[in-house]
Ligand binder design. Structure first.
Ligand code: FMN
Ligand code: CDP
Ligand code: MG
Length: 249
């Protein structure tokens, strides 16, 4: 797929046009006529043409105009915008579906141990997670699909770990998401995905903490495939979890 950088957020009408382009094959490449797009969007040919221009200047599509139409390709940024819409609809209608992130075990920079054992964090882990984590973070190298989906963690109830400071410096806040780690037939329930506000890792690395050394508990080596499961019940908008009861007079 084509690479491009988004420069602005197109409005919902442009996203509707993007969805149409995707549905008629634009995730690879497709020929689009403004007249047909206009018919589909119940808009004029000129409006359809403007929507495509908006999508192009936002970096969501690339196109080659030819005599009888134009070849259009949805870019990575365009696909990410469509996936964000998809995630919203999943959240609306599929509240019982777990979020599953997949990846492989990997070594990190050897700093996790240092941060996990700092007193300002260790005390919060004890009181808020209810256990003293093994000193370190198990790093998981997420696959491409999971890198895109990790944003859905924003819709999950997190245990907040607050920022703090000592005499020398400040330490950043972090969010802990309760997850189950699955490796083959084995699973470990008491795990948290920890997402520090400040990190040297990119989105493709997810760090896990647990009361035990997970490499021992699940016989894990670098390169082994794992699944990180987040229960649907932990979604912030799951009915019955955070709902405020209203009395009917
Ligand atoms: C609880 C926690 C707090 C962190 N706070 C900071 C921080 O304040 N500043 C910072 O540069 N990195 C912070 N980090 C992130 C580390 O710099 C680094 O990105 C990562 O944890 C290294 O893990 P690794 O050794 O497993 O690769 C924090 C990490 C954790 C787990
Ligand atoms: N709950 C945990 C935490 C860390 N670990 C491992 O413990 C070691 C120390 O963690 P670390 O975060 O300091 O090291 P790296 O992840 O940077 O390699 C690493 O090998 C982690 O994979 C684990 O197996 N289970
Ligand atoms: Mg680590």
């Amino acid at each position: 797929m084509a690479e491009a950088t988004a420069t602005a957020d197109p409005d919902p009408a442009a996203i509707a046009a993007l969805k149409h382009v995707g549905l008629v094959g634009g995730l690879t490449e497709t020929k689009v006529s403004c007249a047909a797009l206009g018919d589909h969007l119940d808009a004029s040919t000129q409006t359809a043409s403007r929507r495509l221009q908006t999508l192009e200047s936002a970096g969501y599509i690339e196109r080659d105009v030819v005599g009888d139409g134009q070849w259009v390709r949805v870019t990575d940024a365009g696909e990410a915008a469509l996936r964000a819409e998809y995630a919203d609809y999943r959240r609306l209608f599929e509240t019982d579906v777990d979020l599953v992130l997949r990846g492989t075990v990997t070594g990190g920079m050897g700093e996790g141990r240092h941060y996990i054992t700092l007193p300002g964090y260790a005390e919060q882990f004890r009181s808020r997670l209810g256990y003293e984590p093994f000193p370190g973070t198990l790093n998981v190298d997420l696959n491409e699909e999971s890198v895109r989906r990790r944003g859905e963690l924003a819709g999950i109830d997190a245990v907040p770990i607050d920022a703090w400071e000592d005499d020398d410096r400040t330490y950043g806040a972090a969010s802990c998401y309760g997850v189950t780690l699955v490796a083959g037939d084995e699973r470990y329930e008491e795990v948290h995905a920890i997402v520090p506000d400040r990190t040297h890792h990119d989105d493709d690395q997810l760090e896990l903490i647990a009361p035990e050394r997970l490499r021992d508990a699940l016989s894990l080596d670098d390169g082994d495939s794992v699944e990180i499961r987040v229960a649907a019940a932990d979604r912030v908008d799951e009915p019955g979890t955070d709902a405020v009861e209203t009395e009917v007079a």
